[in-house]
Design a protein around this ligand. Structure first.
Ligand SMILES: Nc1nc2c(ncn2[C@@H]2O[C@H](COP(=O)(O)OP(=O)(O)O)[C@@H](O)[C@H]2O)c(=O)[nH]1
Ligand SMILES: [Mg+2]
Length: 345
């Protein structure tokens, strides 16, 4: 294949990747905390929470990067008659279900779960509002054991129950681990790129998934050598680099607002992350990495970008710039996470 064919294939690859969403549905009674959990999964307030959402009569679909989150109103309520849902949505098209509950396990949820099970769908049980678990004379462990026993009585003893609190964020890391474990590798990458990381392991998964995109975007930017890089006898497509850098930033949740609110010790790296996601900043990085062609191990990249692009002038430079930006974002996100986890003093 020549470089034009490689580039066309890459462009299509990137487009297909972005069009193919990971679809996760949350079901459970109104007020259980589905919307709150969606916001925590994404790491941003993408959907309304609270009493008003109980009025929702139709499933709400929230799109975030490569994720589609379906917020299903209370199953079995008059607004959501059981059979209608199965007709309206094809459970086969959804990758994962989270059954969210916060009080006694509901009969309607049991029915729905059994229907999902018959269709071979994977379902994770989430007992939210763990912070509210309290009863005179009983320990939290006893109460949790009772809830697990109740779920097992209704849906079978093979099911794990994850205790979380959207309020305190307790149990979130373990829940996200369970989501990772339930997804196939390609879908796991989508989750990693699009959802918030709650542990260093989640961040590492994010980095690995983003790195694959870096190869593709860098390849395409090098192949479309539109914009000459000053002082370097090679052109690259800056708009593609710009898109890539901003995708990485979004993936790590590093919005302008978030970066501007950083504690002073993180500000220098934060500023770098902002600066390099502009055309001028990208040019600076590209110039820094000009001449990287010689050191690149072409064979490693052929599976991602094709033979012609892996050997093309400019690919070493765009790849090094992309990786360097990814490293900066990753390092900053890691420090922010440590801060959130209270590891840093
Ligand atoms: N105490 C406590 N309240 C929560 C928790 N998660 C959600 N809530 C509250 O429960 C209410 C319903 O939450 P929402 O996410 O809108 O539920 P949904 O109807 O299932 O989408 C809201 O007032 C939330 O603030 C939690 O973990 N603990
Ligand atoms: Mg809701």
């Amino acid at each position: 294949m020549n470089i034009r064919e490689d580039a066309e294939k890459l462009r299509q690859d990137i487009e297909d990747e972005q069009n193919l969403k990971l679809k996760i549905a949350l079901f459970g009674q109104p007020g259980a905390g589905k919307s709150s959990l969606i916001n925590l999964i994404v790491g941003q307030p993408v959907t309304q929470t609270g009493a008003t959402t109980d009025m929702t009569t139709e499933a709400k679909v929230i799109e975030h990067e490569e994720l589609l989150l379906v917020d299903l109103p209370g199953y079995g309520t008059s607004k959501f008659p059981p059979n209608k849902w199965m007709e309206q949505f094809q459970p086969e098209e959804l990758d994962l279900f989270l059954c969210v509950f916060a009080s006694k396990f509901h009969e309607a949820d049991t029915t729905f779960f059994k229907q999902l099970k018959e269709k071979g769908r994977v379902c994770i049980f989430v007992r939210n509002k763990q912070d509210d678990l309290w009863e005179e004379g009983k320990t939290t462990e006893q109460l949790e054991a009772e809830i697990i026993a109740d779920v097992h009585k209704h849906v079978g003893s093979a099911e794990n129950v994850h205790f979380v609190s959207c309020r305190t964020k307790a149990g979130l890391t373990e829940l996200v681990d369970a989501i990772y474990a339930a997804l196939d590798p390609a879908k796991r990458e989508k989750y990693a790129r699009s959802a918030k990381a709650y542990s260093k392991e989640h961040l590492e998964a994010k980095k690995a998934a983003c790195e694959k995109s870096v190869y593709k975007y860098a390849g395409l930017a090098a192949a479309n050598g539109l914009n000459p890089v000053p002082g370097v006898n090679i052109g690259v497509d800056i708009s593609i680099m710009l898109k890539q850098f901003n995708d990485i930033r979004k993936s790590y949740g590093l919005s302008d607002e978030k970066v501007n609110k950083l504690i002073p010790s993180l500000l220098p790296i934060g500023k770098r992350v902002l600066e390099y996601s502009t055309k001028e900043g990208i040019m600076i990085l590209l110039k820094r990495y000009a001449g990287r062609e010689a050191s690149i191990q072409i064979g490693r990249y052929v599976p991602f970008v094709g033979q012609a692009i892996a050997a093309a002038a400019g690919f070493g430079m765009t790849l090094a710039a992309g990786k360097s930006y990814l490293n900066d974002c990753h390092q900053l996100a890691e420090q922010i996470l440590e801060e959130e986890l209270g590891i840093r003093q």
